[in-house]
Design a protein around this ligand. Structure first.
Ligand code: FAD
Ligand code: NAI
Length: 466
């Protein structure tokens, strides 16, 4: 029987990064993955394929819309959806192979099949052909991720009524697409199909889009999306959906009560959140009980059962790949007797639409609720020379700092490339930086990053370029 220091169940960003770090630290490690490919939700049906389609559809829209013409480029683009999907699949394949290479490089055994815990220190892996292998290990790391939350009364057939996985591979551009849930998936994948020609209507239960995001940023973003052609039905409760071979009839009614509305659409995307995935994991054999949502609780990645650890989407915190990755490193370092740590106050969130939305740290609402006195610095992309020259002036940057100490407490932005640029604020925050530190740091000109500097200057009231 194979003997390991660590067996990781799940090959997503949590699992594969844990495996790499464990390999680096000289631990004898195996990673168990059932889907036949490494990379998890993120590489196979999440972050990466969605970004491939966001990039391609953005190019397509730029070429077909007024953007190219404005730049003096006249073209007659034609959509080749089959090729767009093929290049997505090729990139995903290359990435998953890359992760497999990293397993070899770090001397990690990749065990294909579905893993189940079989009492302390044992993981049984069932391969595709039904054969079972038992791995013995000092430590088990659960990194089994998450799956889409179902919507009661609506059956996902992944033909006409799809979840995010279905929406990444529609066989045609819908004339009309209804998205249920104005969250990250709904707005990213809604953007993809809108750019390719669909009419997109978003039905959201709450009175706002992107709950949890800084309200001013979310409201500004909703206006931008509306200008792009998105339609929103807020405060709306979906009561049912009937699919036929041709399309879907979706019924919703006001949350506050009132008359029901029926919308007909070619496709419906249900994106109302994700829930932890622990099916068939044998948690009962070690006495772990997930909570009502299916989540496995942790204290510094310990489940409460000796030698069983948990990281990523299947445990608490934001369901983000980089959060899973950071937990992976911290968890393995703790297993190796080092001081693993994740700073949950500084986990950025990015929505990869056009423009992008990027946030880190506390929102204004958080600070008000906590009674923290803060100052705000803001800068619009309309006044940023690079954004202006590129005709990408929608959006703004907002920096929030402690009123007494000037320490940066959060930053929130909607605008071009803000997803890349938020990393500057993350680093500043990790160093306990003040808004003045960013304001007095020389930034290259002309770049959109200057908007972050100008917003930081605004905290002390000396924004210069607006
Ligand atoms: P997962 O990536 O879900 O990996 C878990 C793996 O475990 C899966 O491959 C599963 O097959 C395997 N598994 C489960 N049970 C077993 C078992 N018993 N035995 C063997 N294997 C098992 N996050 C971002 O940060 N940025 C983004 O841009 C982004 N875009 C996204 C877009 C979409 C459409 C979706 C759906 C998600 C997106 N996410 C994004 C979220 C991101 O994918 C997740 O936060 C991340 O994948 C979580 O990593 P994980 O390792 O915890 O779990
Ligand atoms: P989400 O939590 O981001 O948004 C779900 C939305 O659906 C919310 O606005 C919620 O109020 C709404 N909702 C819930 N129940 C509803 C109902 N019955 N009817 C109508 N609306 C309802 O979840 P989403 O978009 O499914 O994404 C899941 C997770 O995947 C995200 O939370 C994020 O962690 C991750 N993700 C991250 C991405 C990124 O980082 N760029 C991209 C895509 C996904």
């Amino acid at each position: 029987m194979a003997q390991y220091d660590v067996v990781i169940i799940g090959g997503g960003p949590g699992g594969y990064n844990a495996a790499i770090r464990a390999g680096q630290l000289g631990l004898k490690t195996a990673i168990v993955e059932g889907r036949g490919k490494l990379g998890g939700t993120c590489l196979n049906v999440g972050c990466m394929p969605s970004k491939a389609l966001l990039h391609a559809s953005e190019m397509y829209e730029a070429a077909t819309g007024p953007e190219f013409a404005k730049l003096g480029i006249e073209v007659k683009p034609k959509l080749n959806l089959v090729q767009m999907m093929a290049q997505k699949a090729e990139s995903v394949e290359a990435l998953t192979k890359g992760v497999e290479f990293l397993m070899k490089k770090n001397k990690v055994d990749y065990v294909k099949g579905w893993g189940r815990i079989d009492g302390a220190g044992k993981v049984v892996v069932k391969a595709e052909d039904g054969s079972e292998t038992t791995l013995e290990t000092k430590n088990i790391v659960i990194a089994t991720g998450s799956e889409p939350t179902p919507l009661p009364g609506v059956t996902i057939d992944n033909k006409r009524v799809v979840d995010s996985t279905g929406a990444l591979s529609l066989p045609e551009v819908p004339k009309s697409l209804v998205v249920v849930g104005a969250g990250v998936i709904g707005l990213e994948l809604g953007s993809v199909w809108k750019r390719l020609g669909a009419e997109v209507t978003v039905v959201e239960y709450l009175d706002r889009i992107l709950p949890g995001t800084d309200t001013e940023v979310a409201n500004a973003f909703q206006k931008i999306l509306t200008k792009q052609g998105f339609k929103f039905s807020l405060r709306a409760k979906v009561t049912g959906a009937t699919a036929s071979a041709k399309g879907v009839k979706l019924t919703h009614e006001p949350v506050a009560g009132g008359e029901a509305t029926t919308i007909e659409a070619d496709y419906v995307l249900v994106a109302i959140g994700r829930r932890p995935y622990t099916q068939g994991l044998g948690l009962e054999t070690v006495g772990i009980t997930p909570d009502k949502r299916g989540m496995i609780a942790n204290d510094h990645y310990k489940t409460g059962v000796d030698g069983v650890w948990v990281i990523g989407d299947v445990t608490s915190g934001p369901m983000l790949a980089h959060k899973a990755e950071d937990e992976a490193v911290a968890c393995i370092e703790l297993i190796a007797g080092k001081a693993g740590h994740v700073n949950y106050d500084i986990i950025p969130g990015v929505i990869y639409t056009s423009p992008e939305v990027a946030t880190v740290g506390k929102t204004e609402e958080d600070l008000k609720a906590a009674g923290v006195a803060y100052k705000v610095g803001k800068f619009p992309f309309l006044a940023n020379s690079r954004a202006k020259i590129n005709h990408e002036t929608d959006g703004f940057v907002k920096v929030l700092a402690d009123a007494k100490t000037d320490r940066i407490l959060g930053a929130h932005a909607v605008g071009p490339n803000v997803g890349d640029m938020i990393a500057e604020i993350c680093v500043a925050m990790e160093f306990g930086g003040a808004s003045e530190d960013v304001a007095r740091t020389c930034h290259p000109h002309p770049t959109r990053s200057e908007a972050f500097r100008q917003a930081a200057m605004g905290v002390e009231g000396w924004t210069m370029q607006a």
